[in-house]
Design a protein around this ligand. Structure first.
Ligand code: GDP
Ligand code: IMO
Ligand code: MG
Length: 427
């Protein structure tokens, strides 16, 4: 069996959690391959609204195994809190969740380093979620990191102290940065004890054996393509590969084993944190999208920057990821708009660009738009794509034609049930 992949095509928060939850009944295993608690994936069903950070979004479905891959970074304290929030649902976590021994640990000092680095950058800050993501991946590539497998080793404490001492040396270079490590260390060490109770495995072996045995796997991305460390709007990105290639390195899956790649995007566009965003609407239209779409971060609560859909940007993301089908999210947020706009190309320095160029950070990027007629009606109660208003179908067809990939799912509300199958891909 091949692994299907679901990932974000914009700057994150596209609605990945919702669609993974919707698709989970079609799979045996849901596997996260990168990122960490910087992610906030929202699920809504049966009147419940739940945000997951590190745990894959298949956790609520019986009979499905959730796997945290080697490419993920785990903060034991946040992870423990996540497990506590799941307690009321009586989920047998031990049998439904397994963790790679190779996943890296976020230490309290990684969070401090993140905060110190951002503070030192001042107005040039990345706008990090301050969860310690950057410093943890730096230690991974710098070959200093601590991994989940290490917590079972007898010299774990020695390894931990060695790394913390290294971090303290670095923190000393931030003259104005004050911190109290003891306050953070106690809960972290307690949370490590809880982590020891869970099932840690050689997840690459586990996954490949499961695939050989015919199990169906869905890889769940975090963040979005434009936050990818290589292909995003660097340096305003996260520190992992958020693209399809990240599935191979973050789970131990060979490239030849990748099946469908489901790219998900909002019917408009958002970004949280700093960095370029060509179609951003810093005006009352953007404000209206934010209000209608309740665009506030699921992890940090920060207001998200809003703008129109950006076709060159989406085409770029589709190219990098090899997207085979698309899910369009939150089209209901545009229910009351007379006119919707889609950016078809950019003008930079008087020149036309039909693709996403290298330098969008320090130049003025002028987006050129095409107008699309809005549908001006409530779509949140639709139960079939066939009944969708003509203008919504026209918008879907317009984007399909521009993007050259079928839009198989249209999402018209946050709930599991508010999901329309175009081309009959959902059961
Ligand atoms: P993720 O990080 O990609 O999983 O997305 P987030 O959970 O951070 O943000 C998506 C937000 O939009 C959440 O609050 C979802 O409940 C909500 N959402 C998802 N799909 C839809 C939709 O089709 N319509 C509306 N109105 N909200 C949606
Ligand atoms: P999900 O999975 C939206 C953004 C941060 C910041 C940049 C770097 O919910 O879509 P980091 O904490 O990784 O050092 O932050 O990336 N960012 C996200 N934006 N959704 C996310 O995850 C994000 N994870 C990180 O706002 O701009
Ligand atoms: Mg999110």
């Amino acid at each position: 069996m091949k692994v299907d992949v679901l990932l974000g095509l914009q700057w994150g928060d596209e609605g990945k959690g919702k669609i993974v939850d919707v698709l989970t009944p079609n799979y045996d295993i849901i596997a996260r391959f990168q990122g960490g608690p910087n992610a906030g994936h929202t699920l809504e069903f049966n009147g419940i609204k739940h945000v997951l950070h590190t745990i894959p979004s298949g956790i609520f479905r019986e009979g499905v195994l959730n796997l945290i891959g080697n490419g993920v970074v785990i903060d034991p304290v946040i992870f423990k809190a996540e497990l506590a929030k799941l307690a009321p649902y009586n989920i047998d976590i031990k049998s439904r969740l397994i963790i790679s021994k190779k996943a890296h640990l976020i230490l309290p000092t990684h969070r401090l380093l993140d905060a110190a680095s951002e503070a030192a950058k001042g107005k040039d800050k990345i706008g990090s979620t301050l969860k310690g993501i950057g410093p943890t991946y730096m230690d991974k590539t710098g070959r200093n990191g601590l991994r989940v497998g290490d917590i079972f080793s007898l010299n774990f404490e020695t390894k931990y102290n060695a790394l913390v001492n290294k971090h303290k040396d670095i923190l000393n270079h931030y003259a104005d940065f004050e911190y109290d490590l003891t306050e953070l260390e106690g809960p972290w060490l307690q949370a490590i004890d809880e982590l020891r109770e869970l099932t840690a495995v050689d997840s690459e072996q586990y996954l490949n054996d499961a695939m050989k045995a015919g199990k169906k796997v869905l890889a769940e991305g975090a963040q979005g393509t434009m936050l990818d460390i290589d292909f995003g709007t660097y340096p305003f990105v996260t520190s992992s590969n958020t693209v399809t290639a990240g599935t191979c390195t973050g789970l131990g899956i060979a490239p030849t084993k990748i099946g469908e790649v489901i790219g998900i995007f909002k019917a408009y566009c958002t970004r949280v944190g700093s960095g370029p965003f060509p179609t951003e609407l810093d005006n009352e239209v953007g404000e209206r999208i934010r209000t209608e779409g309740f665009e506030f971060g699921a992890t940090t609560g920060r207001p998200r920057r809003c703008g129109w859909v950006d076709i060159p940007q989406l085409k770029y993301a589709i190219m990098i990821n090899g997207v085979t089908e698309l899910s369009m999210m939150k089209s209901d947020v545009l229910d009351k708009f007379d006119t919707i706009k889609a950016c078809t190309h950019y003008i930079i320095d008087g020149e036309r660009y039909d693709y996403f160029p290298y330098d969008v950070n320090d130049v003025e990027v002028i987006p050129v738009y095409e107008d699309i007629k809005g549908w001006n009606c409530d779509t949140t109660k639709l139960s079939s794509y066939d009944d969708a208003p003509k203008e919504l179908k026209d918008y879907v067809e317009y984007l399909e034609q521009k993007l050259e990939v079928p839009i198989t799912v249209v999402s018209v509300g946050p709930d599991r049930t508010q999901t329309l199958s175009n081309k009959k891909v959902l059961a």
